[in-house]
Design a protein around this ligand. Structure first.
Ligand SMILES: [Zn+2]
Length: 571
């Protein structure tokens, strides 16, 4: 059967709509509206317009169009179900089919006028042509500031595609060949089996979800990689290890010695001690220096994403994985992969990492294929990994593999002589960054920098100096107040000892000094026991292991010190 009618004839031959109207129930007492088995909403057009404009602004035209096509698509599927339930048995296929356009009109979306309809299920033949009058999407888009330059009835088009495909059991696609929203005289759509459209595959892409988050994540990880790369090529200034203290030089020496071998290096040390810079040092000193250096902070990536981040992901591995992408392992091929905060790895990621180390092969998440990779691992942790092994939270086999060459990075408080060097380095960097020229650190500020406890290590120092440079501004000294936010004179009684240490010889300011020391100890969360141990050790060592001299410095009797040293097995 073919219905053909010129478009000026405005009376479509729809079946009586009473049966579907009967399916519409308003239950104001319940706060509900129902159409068949679907709960409906009565919504202002204006709300929808606001929604649509915001989606276009947020996602851009192309993504917004796909979004609304899909929105209409879901609605079309539901209506096809309803149409079949209400009219499937009683009417001809054509009349049954026209339920869709009738429902579309009933819901106030558009007035649909059939221009041509040919359905022959035995041959799989379909041709439909409809005019849309008073499309709500045209009404909405007229409120847009400028024309989009293309047809605008997206949701309705998605609806038509889904309704027809679902109702007829074969994929039907429509195109809006004319649209008032584009300036045409009317809106008109044509529907055919999908394969009859040359661009059917491209069009079908609209109906595939394309989550922004996946793309953002991919971009984020690409940016991180590029930033690393840029930093490496900028003369490596950012990555230059700084320090001359024996503790630091000792660690550096260990790293340099291991660099040229392929043994995995495990960096141990508190947070903020500059482990990434030392990992980069190992890379730079190795034969892989020309290859990539890729850093991953395992603690910064959500546990359910860590595997795909490290090993990559194959398209379709999970909802949202719409495109395959390489992981950090593949990016580091031929170079060095730095795994910071290693202890945070999930058990699954640990297993995959072990395999990568043992077999030098990785598999992307959701993939079948193995990729051979040539990557040198430098790992780091601030926690006690051995404790995690004993608790069963970290695989012992992986631990022993990674722990082949452990290097302990000293905390900043154990390399105080490096503080001025580091402080000047950061000062220069932030002056350059903020385009200011300060007069350098005040003496009081520098003395406090040296005396501070530095629980956050170099990172804390760096943050403090950034703040100091900002607060000091052009042409001023970086003062104690700019650094620590205290008023100058707060510790007015303090003096510096000959060795540059603060307040040791002061009588007048001893109360202030004690209070400041207490603040530092408490802030650094140092236990009383550890404090006593460190104090005894230092006094004893600096007195050349002379108990009497050390006791004098500590203001206690020789016997008392002797007793304490013995108790601590230091004598
Ligand atoms: Zn239109």
């Amino acid at each position: 059967m073919t219905i053909s009618m010129p478009s000026h004839e405005v009376t479509p031959r729809y079946p009586d709509s009473r049966d579907i109207l009967n399916k519409l129930r308003f239950l104001p007492g319940e706060g509900q509206i129902w159409l068949g088995e679907q709960r409906m909403l009565l919504m202002q057009l204006h709300t929808m317009a606001t929604f649509r404009h915001e989606i276009i602004r947020t996602l851009g035209l192309k993504r917004a169009k796909s979004f609304f096509l899909r929105l209409g698509y879901h609605s079309g599927l539901k209506d096809a179900e309803l149409a079949r339930a209400v009219r499937g048995q009683e009417m001809s296929v054509e009349d049954g089919f026209l339920t869709g356009p009738q429902l579309h009109s009933l819901r106030g979306l558009v007035k649909v006028i059939p221009l041509a309809l040919e359905i022959d299920p035995s041959r799989g033949h379909f041709y439909g042509e409809f005019e849309w009058q008073d499309s709500y999407e045209v009404a909405i888009s007229e409120q847009l500031e400028s024309s989009l330059g293309e047809p605008v009835c997206w949701m309705q088009l998605g609806y038509a595609c889904a309704y027809s495909s679902q109702f007829l059991g074969q994929e039907i696609q429509y195109r809006e060949v004319e649209c008032r929203g584009r300036g045409d005289a009317r809106c008109r759509i044509i529907g055919r089996p999908a394969h009859e459209w040359e661009d059917h595959a491209t069009f079908a892409e609209h109906f595939r979800e394309d989550p922004l988050i996946d793309e953002l994540y991919e971009l984020q990880s690409r940016i991180a990689y590029l930033e690393d790369d840029i930093a490496r090529h900028k003369g490596d200034e950012h990555y230059r290890p700084i320090g001359q203290s024996p503790a630091f030089l000792g660690a550096l020496d260990l790293i340099d010695r291991a660099a040229r071998s392929e043994v995995p290096i495990l960096l141990l040390g508190e947070t903020g001690t500059g482990k990434e810079i030392l990992a980069h040092r190992a890379h730079q000193q190795s034969d892989r220096a020309e290859g990539p250096f890729v850093a991953v902070n395992c603690a910064a990536i959500p546990p359910d994403l860590i595997e795909s981040e490290l090993f990559g992901v194959e398209k379709g591995a999970y909802t949202g994985a719409v495109q395959s992408r390489a992981g950090r392992f593949e990016r580091a091929d031929g170079g060095t992969l730095f795994l910071d905060e290693l202890a945070e790895l999930s058990p699954r990621a640990q297993a995959a990492l072990l395999r990568a180390l043992q077999e030098k092969q990785i598999e992307r998440v959701g993939g079948q294929r193995s990729y051979t990779i040539d990557v040198r691992i430098v790992a780091a942790t601030h926690g006690d990994l051995m404790e995690r092994v004993q608790d069963g939270r970290f695989r012992a086999d992986l631990f022993y593999r990674l722990n082949a060459y452990p290097v302990v990075i000293p905390p900043l408080r154990d390399r105080r002589d490096d503080i001025p060097l580091l402080a000047e380095h950061f000062l220069e960097r932030f002056e350059c960054h903020y385009h200011v020229k300060t007069l350098g650190f005040s003496d009081q500020a520098m003395a406090l920098l040296r005396a501070h406890g530095w629980p956050g290590n170099i990172r804390e120092l760096q943050n403090l100096i950034e703040r100091g440079v900002i607060l000091a501004g052009d042409g001023n000294s970086v003062s104690e107040q700019a650094l620590f936010g205290q008023h100058p004179g707060h510790k007015a009684g303090q003096t510096l000892s000959e060795s540059g240490h603060i307040g040791q010889a002061s009588e007048t300011g001893s109360d202030d000094l004690l209070s400041s020391l207490c603040d530092q100890v408490l802030e650094a969360e140092v236990s009383l026991d550890a404090l006593e141990q460190a104090l005894l050790e230092k006094a004893y060592r600096e007195a050349g292991h002379n108990v009497s001299a050390a006791a004098r410095r500590l203001g206690m009797s020789r016997a008392a010190l002797d007793y304490r040293l013995k108790k601590r097995c230091m004598l």
